[in-house]
Design a protein around this ligand. Sequence first.
Ligand code: FES
Length: 246
Amino acid sequence: MEGKTKEKEELVPIFIMGKRYEVPASFTIQKAMEYAGYQLIRGCGCRGGICGACGTVYRFPGSYKIEVGLACQTVVQPNMYLTQIPFFPATKSVYDMEKIKPSIETLVKNYPELLRCLQCNTCTKSCPMDIEVMDYIAAGMRGDIARLAELSFDCVMCGLCTSRCPAEICQYNIAILGRRLYGKYIAPRAEHLASMVGEIESGKFDSMLKELMKADEETLKTLYTAREMEPEQADEDWTPKDKTYL
Ligand code: FES
């Protein structure tokens, strides 16, 4: 052993489904659960805040407030009482995208409970992604599908909004219907796409692909480094309008 002793990390008490554990203060809820001995088979997907599998609710002693977070992103805090809600039963309509129209009638036919929204804003307060959930539901009630799609774009479908909605609306499934309608019927078409697909189908790139498949590793590295790249777009040029790929 070298002379240095690694400093011990501070431990904090947390309560997982009512049982007390001491866990490193820097851990996320997900890591803390594993540290405490839980094996995460459900309620754990990407570990990167994208898949929405790890919705978690927690509360602090003496507080009336129910807090929410993604277990893979939220760092533990002393005395949090938590449980994961990896799945919440939700209504999910089945529809044929070729046969439906981008209209309020489509939304209401598939999810009539949309019109039951009380505008209490509990959904927005329950969203770990800070999405204006109530506002996109209001856009849906107005039939503004573009706005519904835009506002719900960052949804990871964790289901926490649905778990708390007093009107029993399944917001995230309405949102994904809105984004599908927007993508299929409203978003501007990418003009170059059809010609590009045509070029691929005509076999224009077949011989190049065969050459690549025969190439050795060094050749591939050289080709990769010298590849044609689009110029980088400065961040400040980006605006939500650019989300035409929704
Ligand atoms: S594990 Fe995917 S969002 Fe947390």
